[in-house]
Design a protein around this ligand. Structure first.
Ligand SMILES: Cc1cc2nc3c(=O)[nH]c(=O)nc-3n(C[C@H](O)[C@H](O)[C@H](O)COP(=O)(O)OP(=O)(O)OC[C@H]3O[C@@H](n4cnc5c(N)ncnc54)[C@H](O)[C@@H]3O)c2cc1C
Length: 336
């Protein structure tokens, strides 16, 4: 079957001089097959590099039934988006393995050209000349009963992802991160009925500017700890405080704590930079980390990366690797 661009479906990528033909050596191993990893794989496959994507199958937006804000893909389901991406990369001979990378080590010291040994959770090991870490992040949700169960449905974190769909409904915002006042102000663009639940924050902790802005945005401020969410007929209907009072709300915004999956990068000795939203690798504009030969993309480099940014980051990293491998091979040929 011939693909839309004249390629042969299922055709093998060509690879570079660095692969060994034993089936375990790749030009590039991409760890993580979300938007960032698949986008990188598409570019690598099209550049005829022998590429393996290893994906554990836990994309961050899995709790949501729709994906918004990606031009031409607005409203598509995250699962359909990834399925389309997987089909596209298969058309260029990229291999996809469902599983988890448990460890990565550099082969020898010196430059990244020595390559990497990538250990899989089935006990196998593969080798790669270059690595892309696109492992995303995990959202640690506030420990309020009902929040985890309804996350991505009527408990939301981002009005750009889910704002339009719930516009004009009665919103609650749970004070649960350093950005909660900002979140309460932002969501007032999508509804004029917003209640800010202070939860474990004392009103005195809000600055005068916060209070003035909340008042100007028409956001009501409710002190008192939230005990649980009230759910009827599989719909959020309210927020119950520990004093027993119930505030009718059909949407609750929360501020999860992003936990970047940087374990493999740390194992490789990549430099990380602390932010209020977790420690992320220090990268150049292409996503190259401080470890030669290792790139990172998507939520693995920043909590605010949306799907379109993640896809773009994967593309940038892949394009840089294509050039990097070519130059390494040419330099080796010149030296020989
Ligand atoms: C509820 C919710 C709704 C959202 N809605 C939107 C939206 O509407 N629009 C939008 O633009 N953004 C949305 N986002 C943000 C979106 O989820 C991220 O921008 C996007 O998932 C980032 O892509 P990524 O490839 O970096 O990471 P991910 O999509 O999280 O993919 C990372 C992949 O790497 C895998 N992985 C991790 N570690 C390993 C390992 N060691 N070995 C192998 N595989 C591994 C994971 O299992 C996962 O499959 C939403 C987020 C949430 C939480």
């Amino acid at each position: 079957m011939t693909g839309k661009s004249g390629k042969t479906r299922g055709g093998r990528a060509h690879g570079t001089g660095g692969t060994d033909g034993t089936g375990t050596g790749y030009d590039v191993v991409v760890v993580g097959g979300g938007a960032a990893g698949l986008s990188a794989a598409l570019v690598l496959g099209r550049a005829r590099l022998r590429t393996l994507v290893v994906d554990a199958g836990e994309p961050r937006n899995a709790p949501s039934s729709h994906m918004q804000g990606y031009l031409s893909r607005d409203g598509m389901s995250p699962a359909a988006f990834l399925a389309a991406g997987r089909e596209e990369i298969a058309g260029y001979g990229v291999e996809l393995l469902t599983g988890r990378v448990t460890d990565v080590t550099r082969n020898g010291a010196g430059t990244g050209d020595a390559g990497f040994a990538v250990l899989l959770d089935d006990g196998r090991a593969v080798r790669a000349r270059r690595l892309i870490v696109a492992t995303g992040l995990k959202d640690e949700l506030p420990a309020v009963p009902g929040v985890a169960e309804r996350f991505g449905r009527d408990v939301l974190h981002c009005p750009f992802c889910h704002g339009w769909e719930v516009r004009d409904q009665p919103f609650g915002v749970l004070a649960s991160s350093a950005m909660s006042v900002h979140q309460a102000l932002m969501v007032s663009r999508w509804s004029k009925d917003v209640t800010f639940f202070l939860h474990t924050v004392a009103e005195e902790e809000l600055s005068d500017q916060d209070l003035r802005r909340l008042a100007a945005a028409g956001v009501g401020v409710v002190p008192g700890e939230v005990a649980e969410l009230v759910v009827e007929d599989d719909r959020l209907t309210g927020v119950r405080l520990t004093d027993g009072s119930v505030h009718a709300r059909s949407v609750l915004y929360v501020g999860p704590r992003p936990v970047p999956r940087t374990g493999l990068l740390e194992r490789l000795g990549a430099e990380l930079s602390e932010t209020p939203f977790g420690a992320y690798p220090v990268v150049d504009p292409t996503g190259l980390t401080s470890v030669p030969g290792v790139w990172a993309a998507g939520n693995a480099v920043g909590f605010a990366e949306q799907v379109v940014h993640a896809a773009s980051g994967g593309y940038r990293a892949a394009a840089a690797i294509v050039g990097d491998l070519l130059m390494a091979d040419l330099d080796a040929a010149v030296a020989a």
